[in-house]
Design a protein around this ligand. Structure first.
Ligand SMILES: [Zn+2]
Length: 65
């Protein structure tokens, strides 16, 4: 019989630790994920989240006009 190391069975079944909300997609940020820490909040280190973040926090307009 193989011995599995389980520190605490209760901990193993709990949800991942949510440490914040993504300022881009609005989803949960889980401890251990790669994020950008901006002055407006945390953003997942994913291209779509960065695009959403810029779209949410900026005004889209035509340059020079
Ligand atoms: Zn995100």
């Amino acid at each position: 019989m193989t011995q599995k190391y389980v520190e605490n069975p209760m901990v193993a079944w709990t949800e991942p630790k949510v440490v914040g909300e993504c300022a881009g997609c609005g989803g949960d940020i889980i401890r251990g994920e790669d994020v950008y820490d901006s002055h407006l909040g945390l953003i997942h280190s994913r291209p779509e989240c960065c695009m959403d973040f810029i779209a949410n926090s900026s005004l889209c307009r035509v340059a020079g006009e």
